[in-house]
Write a protein that binds this ligand. Structure first.
Ligand SMILES: Nc1ncnc2c1ncn2[C@@H]1O[C@H](COP(=O)(O)OP(=O)(O)OP(=O)(O)O)[C@@H](O)[C@H]1O
Ligand SMILES: [Mg+2]
Length: 318
């Protein structure tokens, strides 16, 4: 089966980068078609750079990317006809109203007028934008403009959709409406590459995920695969008093309001849960969240890559 997006040893150094740092560093990734694929990582990790290269907006320094089997550099037109993109920073055309901007976008993509009209109506309805349909985009709030962009792209017939932080700045209800629209789109067997800093969102929508850090792939797989890669895959919250030295023998302990949070392996987690219940503590136990995985893996990478003190920095007088 042809991959939706396949990157092979992809690197990017921005010409304006004074340090020559690689925004992407030999990134290889294979994104299967017809699913939601989550791309997560810290600020500056390289997510938007990857999206822009795959969406034919930016040239790589080396390596290659194919979208639905077409090379983004040499078959740019074939790629562009099949994709749609919500960029991280962008706003819809100001001088049009909400309905016009979605309709025009769909018409420009080649949909016939009745189909474009039907899809516009459904998309505005899906993202609760119908009441704003006659309002000029210039007079919409920031979150409403973002929703208009999502409506344009999610209403399109593109086979691959790039959504770069589509829900940033949206209220909790609008976020969930975008989630539903994303799910609906993936049920139509289209591929969605989603970047987000909301890890609950990444986990609940994505079939597979990639965690990137400093332009490199750190982890890739299903949410379950990612959880399996951390040292302590379980979290146990113990409320009430408990001897701290005893807790330390079960795993990694962090004090929290009213008790402790313990990250542990499965056997130790079960044992701790049993002991804590016997002692009369209240507790909850479950697998670690994607956020826990992120904090552990990225945290470890930051520690490993922290520049060693080579004594060249000027000493600060105490
Ligand atoms: N136009 C540019 N010129 C120079 N450097 C850039 C440019 N765009 C991004 N960078 C640098 O490339 C690296 C990756 O940036 P990128 O925007 O891809 O990160 P990101 O993962 O999308 O981050 P965020 O979560 O903040 O959106 C960063 O070090 C950034 O400073
Ligand atoms: Mg970004």
């Amino acid at each position: 089966m042809t991959s939706a997006i396949r990157a092979d040893h992809l690197s990017k150094v921005y010409p304006t980068s004074s340090s020559g740092a690689r925004a992407l560093d030999e990134l290889s990734i294979d994104i299967p078609p017809g699913r939601v694929y989550g791309l997560i990582g810290r600020n500056g990790a390289g997510k938007t750079t990857f999206v822009r290269i795959a969406a034919t907006q930016l040239a790589p320094t080396s390596g290659r990317v194919e979208v639905l089997g077409h090379d983004v550099m040499t078959e740019e037109r074939d790629v562009r006809l099949r994709i749609a993109c919500v960029p991280q920073e962008s706003r819809p055309l100001y001088f049009l109203n909400t309905e016009e901007v979605v309709y025009l976008y769909l018409k420009l993509r080649g949909l016939d007028p009745p189909e474009a009209r039907r899809r516009t109506r459904d998309a505005l309805d899906e993202l609760s934008l119908t009441e704003y349909r006659r309002r000029s985009v210039a007079r919409l709030s920031g979150g409403l403009r973002r929703r208009v962009l999502c409506a344009m792209v999610l209403a399109s017939d593109a086979e691959v959709l790039f959504l770069d932080e589509p829900t940033t700045g949206l209220d909790p209800i609008a976020r969930r409406q975008v989630w539903e629209a994303i799910r609906r789109t993936s049920r139509e067997h289209r591929t969605i590459l989603l970047t987000t800093h909301y890890l609950d969102e990444a986990e609940s929508l994505s079939t597979r995920l990639a965690l990137i850090e400093r332009g490199r792939l750190m982890l890739e797989g299903t949410p379950e695969d990612l959880r399996g890669r951390v040292r302590y895959p379980y979290r146990v919250t113990v409320l009430g008093s408990y001897p701290r030295d005893e807790l330390d023998s079960y795993g990694r302990v962090s004090p929290i309001e009213g008790g402790y949070l313990v990250f542990a392996r499965e056997r130790e987690a079960r044992e701790l849960a049993r002991r804590a219940l016997e002692r009369g503590n209240r507790l909850s136990m479950g697998p670690v969240s994607l956020e826990d995985v992120f904090l552990e893996v990225v945290g470890r990478s930051i520690e490993e890559e922290a520049p060693k003190d080579d004594g060249e920095e000027e000493a600060v007088e105490a």
